[in-house]
Design a protein around this ligand. Structure first.
Ligand code: GMT
Length: 377
């Protein structure tokens, strides 16, 4: 198949999932056309079945805001015409679903049929999409999608509660390549060279947005460190970074908190962690938690959104109410002081992560592609 994938190129779960899906499809022999305004951050190796099409910008002084959606629509039409796309798969509804809808209509006027699938990732529904400035457009472009998928049951439920959707929403969970993760784990060395033997490593990875509650990560760490010698590794960057740096200094933790900045492939560093912390306000899925679990790292997280479909309380880690840093610290300490318990949780985490192996998830997307192209041809 000739598959078009539209996604954000920036550091974030939706772009990561879209790119890994594209790579997996390309490895199965499909031609995958990525359409975005920059090279997706995970698209870092040559693959003859992957082509990147950049959305071109037209600078003009009249535009205070660039009309990105129009530029994207034109690029989709261009790629569909010249690469004869069979299907278009857009990741993150805003503005990708409405651009896909308009491109479909333009192509229809040229007697070309291009079905599109919209995959909902989370904040496109739970934060941004709810805003009245987007709601009618999102609802319309979702209702006109040839198929909609959501990355968790919780996101599906929230979408149905938020929008009047007449279309079916299929849940297709996010995935990891379990074998690749195991290879990385086997070859990884500890990310902190001067770490003393009894010191533990807590880790958090994100795009440092408010929704991630990184201040809670630091507060949990402060409580753990009172009892257990430990270091906190914060991987990523984003708008919250200056506040978090200040909080770390105010709590006098700077000697034990490491800010790595953005790392496109964080699995190697993640393999050194003893625990992964994800206390987010909401998380439609929590891809970074799944990556940690695949490496055998138990997760301490909030219990909001779809994260409880990934992290199982009392088995692969612990899930607590949003903002309950005391319980999160207590559970962390419980695991860090008991090597046997930690090992059990680590094994359970890997077993649970295996369920989300690409081998189990890719066929679901392929089945949907084939259903949609057959239905609409
Ligand atoms: O907020 C982020 O972490 C980025 C965001 C995105 O759309 O890029 O992530 C969302 O999609 C990921 C991939 O499906 C999910 O794993 C994240 O849980 C989800 N983030 C939120 O719901 C806050």
């Amino acid at each position: 198949m000739n598959i078009g994938i539209v996604c954000y190129p920036t550091f974030g779960g939706s772009g990561a999932v879209a790119t890994e899906l594209g790579k997996a499809l390309a490895n199965k022999g499909h031609k995958v056309h990525f359409i975005s305004y920059n090279l997706p951050f995970k698209l870092n190796h040559f693959n003859e079945n992957i082509i990147y099409h950049e959305v071109e910008w037209y600078e003009y002084p009249l535009f205070e805001y660039q009309p990105y959606e129009s530029a994207l629509t034109s690029k989709i039409v261009d790629v569909a015409l010249y690469e004869t796309l069979d299907i278009l798969h857009v990741h993150y509804a805003i503005p990708h679903a409405s651009a896909a809808y308009l491109a479909k209509q333009i192509l229809h006027s040229k007697k070309i049929h291009l079905p599109y699938i919209t995959t909902l990732h989370g904040t496109d529904i739970t934060l941004v999409g709810k805003d009245p400035s987007f709601e009618p457009v999102i609802r319309f472009s979702l209702n006109n999608s040839d198929a909609i998928t959501a990355v968790s049951k919780s996101l599906k439920k929230e979408t149905l509660q938020t929008f009047k959707i007449d279309n079916n929403i299929e849940v297709i969970h996010n995935f990891i390549d379990f074998n690749r993760v195991q290879n990385i784990k086997q070859n990884a060395s500890c990310c902190i060279s001067n770490k003393s033997k009894n010191e533990k490593i807590l880790m958090h990875i994100s795009n440092f947005r408010k929704v991630k509650r990184i201040d809670d990560v630091v507060k949990i760490f402060a409580l753990i460190r009172k009892k257990i010698p430990s270091k906190l590794v914060l991987v990523g960057d984003g708008p919250e970074k200056p506040f978090i740096e200040r909080l770390v200094r105010n709590l006098k933790l700077q000697r034990d908190v490491i800010f790595t900045g953005r790392i496109a492939e964080p699995l190697e560093i993640l393999a050194s962690a003893d625990l992964f912390l994800l206390p987010s306000e909401t998380e439609s899925f929590g891809l970074s938690a799944l990556e940690a679990m695949a490496l055998g790292v138990p997760v301490i997280s909030s219990n909001s959104g779809g994260i409880t479909e990934v992290n199982i309380h009392g088995k692969t880690g612990f899930t607590c109410q949003v903002g309950d840093v005391n319980s999160m610290a207590r559970y962390s300490i419980e695991l860090l002081v008991d090597a046997k318990k930690h090992l059990n949780f680590s094994k359970n985490a890997m077993e649970q992560a295996k369920k989300f192996d690409v081998k189990n998830i890719l066929p679901k997307y392929l089945h949907l592609y084939s259903k949609v192209t057959k239905q609409t041809n």
